[in-house]
Design a protein around this ligand. Structure first.
Ligand SMILES: Cc1cc2nc3c(=O)[nH]c(=O)nc-3n(C[C@H](O)[C@H](O)[C@H](O)COP(=O)(O)O)c2cc1C
Length: 340
């Protein structure tokens, strides 16, 4: 039996956009070459030339379709214009309203729009009404920024019911790392799955090797708001429960990264966190360590989803896609078709 692809892609496996600067051209191309939906992560400041360069570099590594994710909470209009000009296959949106104008512009450029939601059903309904092409439902289990408190098991079927008659794919995100999670999501009505943490722990991700290693070593995560409070207020996140996090989990609410000591340096999308800032990383910054990061990495934020304990090795990204598909097919045959 074959699992159905979505949005014109061979497989319903989405590699989440991983910010800042973790899902670059190499990772996205590897996922695309395996038939999955790879998503670049757009920088959080206006830099259309750089965005164009990222997309074009990815096109040199794959002739398959791919997309780009934009966090709407940050400046993005010129970047989005460039993404549409470059006609990537998918524009993924997060943390902001998905307007009809934006959806119409994307569709005129031949680009599909796929927002990710995490809070409640009203914004999801609105997005369906303005014509988005699929919805990603993010459960509380998810790594990275997430403000919804509902787990995927209860949230996903409600969203499936909500969009039911509209015939657009619902994609499940949060705590899925292997075929068991994929099949569970399919049973709950999803047509695709979106994985973040599993793809951070791949050869091609731009995460620092120490961050990748910790994803293998650590079993537990915590939902918190201690990182990046000044830069992205009101944006709780799920991180690895490292010794540093344990020491500071009760950080008083008036504290943030602004007056903290510098603990490292990083190059993010070729520059600092914004053109106006230094490339310094202060304690409690929301920046995860990428390949370029130096300094006290143990004290930096490391986003991860609740199923991190199931990740046992760093794999090629294409193998993640392939084994999800192949093992899900086997699992379905064994569990649901009574095949030994
Ligand atoms: C390191 C990291 C960075 C992330 N950055 C983004 C982002 O920039 N935009 C976005 O829509 N989601 C982002 N996410 C969340 C994912 O879209 C997705 O909801 C989540 O990874 C799913 O849970 P999982 O990590 O358990 O697979 C990020 C997740 C991680 C782990």
């Amino acid at each position: 039996m074959a699992l159905k692809g979505i949005l014109g892609f061979e497989h319903g496996i989405v590699q989440a956009p991983l910010g800042p600067d973790i899902s670059g051209p190499e990772l996205v191309a590897a996922v695309a070459n395996a038939g999955g939906i790879g998503l670049l992560r757009c920088p959080d400041w206006e830099c259309p030339d750089y965005v164009r360069e990222m997309i074009r570099k990815t096109k040199t590594l794959t002739d398959k379709p791919f997309g780009m994710g934009v966090v709407l909470a940050f400046p993005h209009e010129l970047n989005v214009k460039t993404i549409l000009e470059e006609k990537v296959a998918v524009l993924q949106l997060y943390w902001g309203e998905c307007s009809k104008e934006l959806v119409d512009d994307a569709h005129s450029a031949g680009v599909k729009v796929v927002p990710q939601f995490h809070i409640d059903l009203a914004p999801t309904r609105k997005a369906v009404d303005v014509g988005v092409d699929a919805i990603i439902v993010q459960g509380h289990e998810a790594g990275g920024h997430v403000s919804g408190k509902d787990g995927l098991f209860s949230l996903l079927p409600r969203v499936v019911d909500l969009v039911g008659e509209c015939d657009i794919p619902v994609i499940a995100a949060g705590g899925i790392v292997d075929a068991r999670g994929y099949v569970a999501a399919l049973s709950l009505g999803a047509q695709g799955v979106c994985l973040g943490t599993r793809f951070v722990a791949t050869h091609e991700s731009y995460a620092h090797p120490i961050y990748k290693r910790k994803l293998i070593e650590y079993e537990k995560t915590e939902y918190t708001d201690i990182f990046g409070r000044a830069r992205w207020p009101g944006a709780p996140h799920r991180v690895l429960e490292t010794p540093f996090f344990d020491d500071w989990r009760s950080l008083p609410s008036h504290e943030n990264e602004v007056d903290q000591p510098v603990i490292g340096r990083s190059t993010i999308h070729g520059v600092g966190m914004s053109p106006l800032q230094e490339k310094e990383i202060r304690r409690f910054a929301g920046t995860v360590p990428n390949m370029t990061t130096t300094g006290d990495l143990e004290s930096m934020a490391m986003y991860a989803g609740q199923s991190v304990g199931l990740i046992k090795e760093i794999l090629p990204a294409g193998e993640v896609v392939k084994s999800l598909v192949e093992e899900a097919q086997l699992l379905i045959l064994k569990k649901f078709n009574n095949v030994a």
